[in-house]
Design a protein around this ligand. Structure first.
Ligand code: AQP
Length: 336
């Protein structure tokens, strides 16, 4: 069975963009692939986090994975920092990666601009940690939103370079970027992706938002000066609202355009808010229903399964580089 790996950061709250661009596809793909879904808390600390809040958000993200429909009988859910091999392989890949290629990463450039002189080394190294996450599991496919495409290309480059220099070690992963929903845009600025770190909280609908907040955010959503409701990329604000409507209702673009043919923007925003509230209601109930015992049991099981696979890949990479530990060296010497 082929493998998928993906993850989300336990920072802030999970939003509709994260769900429609990534998590939703994890749920469908888990039936076809052996699946690993990680809570990437080591990525989270590349920006400063409140420790108590980070621990709380880590648990909440595990609840969210379950509530969106990740089935722990089919998929492995685990916390990144529970598997030390992620950090170990990062160091090895750091010695393969080049400064110039990391400097080209647009996410780093955007985030560094906001932080100015306080840019951490961890933030610079974020894509290498992501490469280690993926390569440790000999991943075939990585379902992500479009914003991660460049990081995936770097992961492939590092794997190809390592395999060329030290011998075949890593499977070369392919990105899985959905045709619809790969880049959900902010409700307040359709030129920017929906993002939890957006300065304007109205641009971003969180999966745990209450009904009133959802109604308010859609009501304030930016539109344009036109009147017709059509999927038209030259009118990004309306196209974005329609894409969300399409993904939450499962209706085709033609059905949606017919439905809104004689209606105005206010009606579209109202119906979209109602659809979102209804969609999120059972999800929010499932989040509240998960118990702590259930969570720790499945995260421990996930950690053990992930570690087994990660260890084999890491030891292979170390041996190929000639940095096996004392025990392995003794074994090698005995064989010579
Ligand atoms: N707007 C989006 N549309 C589609 N997919 C998106 N993803 C993120 N934003 C969108 C995808 O969600 C997955 C998990 O991402 P993450 O936890 O790494 O979060 P992020 O990308 O850091 O999300 P934010 O909200 O944009 O965080 P900040 O503001 O901190 O940068 C990934 O697969 C991602 O592609």
């Amino acid at each position: 069975m082929k493998r998928i790996f993906s993850g989300a950061q336990p920072t802030g709250n999970v939003h509709l963009g994260n769900y429609l661009g990534a998590l939703r596809n994890w749920v469908s793909l888990q039936h076809e692939y052996e699946s690993f879904f990680c809570i990437v808390n080591l990525h989270a600390i590349t920006t400063r986090q409140d420790p108590a809040l980070l621990a709380q958000k880590t648990k909440e993200l595990a609840q969210i994975y379950l509530a969106v429909g990740i089935d722990p009988e089919l998929s492995t859910i685990f916390i990144q920092s529970d598997v030390a091999e992620h950090a170990e392989l990062t160091w090895i890949l750091n010695c393969v990666a080049r400064m110039s290629e990391l400097e080209r990463m647009t996410q780093f450039k955007d985030k560094a601009k906001k932080q100015r002189e306080n840019v951490g080394v961890g933030m610079f190294d974020y894509p290498v940690l992501m490469a280690a996450d993926i390569l440790l599991y000999q991943t075939d496919l990585v379902p992500v939103g479009e914003d991660q495409k460049q990081h995936l290309e770097l992961t492939r480059d590092l794997a190809i370079r390592f395999n060329r220099d030290y011998g075949d070690t890593f499977r070369i992963p392919e990105p899985y970027i959905p045709k619809v929903g790969a880049r959900i845009m902010s409700l307040s600025d359709p030129a920017k992706k929906m993002s939890k770190s957006d300065d304007d909280p109205n641009g971003c609908v969180m999966l745990l938002d209450d009904a009133d907040s959802i109604q308010r955010k859609f009501k304030r959503a930016v539109t344009d000066s036109g009147t017709t409701i059509r999927f038209d990329e030259s009118r990004p604000a309306i196209a974005n609202l329609l894409t969300i409507f399409q993904l939450l209702t499962g209706k085709s673009p033609e059905q949606i355009e017919d439905h809104f043919a004689a209606k105005g923007y206010a009606q579209l925003k109202q119906e979209l808010a109602d659809v979102t509230v209804e969609f999120l209601k059972p999800f929010q109930e499932r989040v509240r229903a998960t118990t702590d015992e259930e969570l720790s049991r499945l995260l421990e099981k996930g950690r053990d399964k992930a570690r087994q696979i990660a260890r084999v890949t890491l030891e292979t990479a170390m041996a190929r580089m000639g940095i096996s530990g004392a025990r392995e060296l003794a074994g090698l010497a005995a064989r010579i």
